[in-house]
Design a protein around this ligand. Structure first.
Ligand code: FAD
Length: 587
């Protein structure tokens, strides 16, 4: 994927990429795979069963084994892979840490969230923090010695951040007193690190009571002296932890700020911009959660389908010597496994390619290249989050389905994957809100520059693939799907302005449609790479042929949905919005 599809070796001139040769990356990922399999995976099921515990004094302990595993995570430098060298990071391409994060999530999603949340906070401080804040907090956050959180949500305020009530009163010494209640704060309190650096949205006195009045503050759990030494506890405490459907190993906290000391990050009332830095990093991370959990659920289902014997192949016994054939002979079981395989491999390519765009956005030498990468990743971030987590959940339930009744029984572990995968569709902005971000903001930005360049990219790669017999059929199907996307986009342009509900009613379908085309582009690239390697006699033939068959499955069984999605969009809002609220009393 990294060498042949993403083509990392084409970017060796970018800073940080020189040392990232294929053998170095192989060694890092090989070792990373071993670490997650040996250290994180064994505490996944037990962590889910035990969950986190809040004590009388407000402290929280993570499940048995998490603390020791986290120490190994820090000692191994696993959190530092792509962080900037000036804060102690290894400055490797983002794309490498993206690959490693998928491994971590597959092994133990609840654990992976502790460093995952810190990454969002690190991204915000790198982008918007003052040099003093960066020097004070970043090295220890990057190393993993300190944790980090993102504090947006309050009881009355979820999607609509304008409703935030947390207050920040300026003090004579330049600090602020932060007062308010935040809820649902992931990794808000725990025993893995000596300190937790909270990034908190709040309003200053006189600020507009809307999203325009929001500022971002850094509030350490334990005060940090100018020499970096830890001092007194700050006035932020964990009031309770939530009992929830999944990710039991991750503490979801109510955090009470009772005049806690904090400092402004970036400019006053520009908190929303700072928050988006944090959210964009986190959205890609949440998209990866869909991939990671989907992958591990799929791997289990494949093994189960090989072992379990029920019924006979429709074409006659596949193994007459046995009393029954394996589940693998049944087309309906194959349907579920093939769907998962095609979605996961496509999504992985999209996440890695997305990681490369993040690298290019920051590291490309040429402004045009930086701009183009920023446009593409800006457009596709809500899609990676939305489609990635929808697929993660549906793959997990299909994998559970492959187990039949055993999938519903806790000891097999499949129901945990379903429960864990579910949250990714909800937090970091629900998927419906991702869809609105795509159609309401991203499509029209800069006169539609991003979506136009996406169209151009897909069209040119389809045209280039038509000369090869192995990829021509796929390319023409993808071209057709692109035509459906262009038509749906035009429909929005002609109808969305007069009737915003038409945008809202079609947004989700459009997000899915865009994702199908984007993953289609990734499958085209995978098919091209497989074809090129087969022609050159490189690589393993069965592996490459499997890529071509899976690409075909994607084209025949998944991509055609774009036509139905377009038609749903063109149905507009009339039927969606037509009923009076009173008509909803009972279905
Ligand atoms: C386990 C867990 C961990 C979390 N971790 C964190 C964290 O670390 N930090 C943090 O700040 N928050 C966190 N959250 C909060 C999470 O991000 C919010 O729950 C989520 O963004 C939705 O907000 P809400 O729950 O208030 O739902 P609401 O905003 O009330 O939404 C309810 C429904 O209405 C829809 N809706 C609302 N507004 C619109 C709109 N304008 N257009 C279309 N549809 C709309 C939503 O899609 C949803 O279906 C976490 C939540 C959970 C459950």
């Amino acid at each position: 994927m990294l060498d042949q599809v993403i083509g990392l070796d084409g970017y060796t001139c970018l800073p940080g990429f020189e040392g990232a040769t294929p053998d170095v990356i192989d060694a890092v990922l090989e070792e990373g795979g071993r670490f997650v399999a040996e250290v994180l995976f064994p505490i996944n099921l037990s962590g889910d069963k035990q969950g986190c515990t809040r004590h009388e004094d407000g402290s929280v302990t993570t499940p048995d084994g998490f603390k020791a595993a986290y120490r190994q995570f820090v000692e191994g430098g696993w959190g530092t892979l792509s962080a900037p060298a000036e804060y102690g990071g290894q400055a490797m391409p983002h794309v490498v840490s993206t690959a490693f994060q998928e491994y971590m999530i597959s092994a133990n999603m609840a654990f992976a969230m502790y460093p995952g949340l810190a990454h969002g906070a690190i991204a915000a401080l790198i982008a918007k923090g003052s040099p003093e804040q960066q020097a004070k907090y970043l090295p220890k956050m990057v190393s993993g010695e300190w944790g980090g959180t993102m504090n947006l949500t309050e009881p009355q305020c979820g999607t609509d951040l304008g409703l935030i009530r947390t207050r920040a009163e300026p003090q004579a010494d330049g600090s602020y007193r932060i007062t308010g209640t935040k809820i649902f704060i992931s990794a808000g309190e725990h025993d893995l690190t000596d300190n937790i650096i909270h990034l908190v949205l709040a309003k200053t006195p006189g600020a507009p009571d809307s999203s325009k009045g929001i500022s971002l503050f850094v509030v350490p759990k334990v005060m940090v002296g100018d020499d970096g030494a830890l001092g007194a506890r700050n006035a932020v405490t964990c009031g309770s932890i939530e009992h929830k459907m999944g990710i039991h190993g991750n503490a979801t906290c109510v955090l009470n700020y009772d005049g806690a000391t904090g400092w402004l990050v970036g400019e006053e009332m520009k908190g929303l911009a700072a928050m988006f830095v944090m959210m964009n990093a986190a959205r890609l991370g949440v998209g990866l959660q869909g991939l990671g959990v989907g992958e591990v659920a799929y791997q289990n289902a494949v093994q189960y389908a090989k072992d379990r014997r029920q019924g006979r192949a429709l074409t006659g016994p596949a193994e007459p010597g046995e009393k029954a054939d394996t589940l693998f002979v049944h087309p309906d079981v194959r349907r579920m496994l093939m769907e998962a395989k095609a979605q996961l491999e496509g999504l992985r390519a999209l996440c890695l390619w997305g990681g490369l765009q993040v690298d290019l956005e920051h590291r490309a030498a040429d402004e045009v290249d930086r701009q183009s990468a920023a446009d593409l990743i800006g457009l596709l971030t809500p899609v990676i989050k939305g489609l990635g987590t929808d697929w993660g959940y549906s793959i997990a339930t299909n994998a559970q389905q492959v187990y039949g009744g055993h999938g519903y029984i806790a000891e097999w572990g499949m129901e945990q994957y379903v429960r864990d995968a579910r949250i990714a569709q909800i937090y970091e902005g629900t998927n419906g809100v991702q869809a609105m971000d795509l159609v309401g903001r991203k499509l029209a930005q800069n006169g539609g520059r991003a979506v136009q360049s996406f169209f151009k990219l897909v069209a040119s790669e389809c045209a280039a693939a038509k000369g090869d017999d192995r990829t021509a059929e796929f390319a023409s199907r993808l071209e057709k799907a692109l035509g459906e996307m262009q038509a749906a986009t035009m429909w929005f342009m002609s109808n969305g302005m007069q009737n915003p509900n038409a945008l809202g009613a079609g947004a989700y379908s459009y997000m899915t449609l865009t994702g199908l085309v984007a993953v289609g582009l990734m499958w085209l690239r995978m098919a091209k790479a497989a074809s090129r390697m087969l022609a050159a006699g490189e690589g393993e033939v069965p592996f490459l042929e499997a890529k071509l068959v899976t690409a075909r499955f994607y084209a025949e069984r998944i991509l055609p949905d774009v036509g139905a999605l377009r038609r749903k969009i063109e149905g507009g809002a009339d039927a969606v919005m037509g009923l009076d609220e009173s008509m909803f009393a009972a279905a």
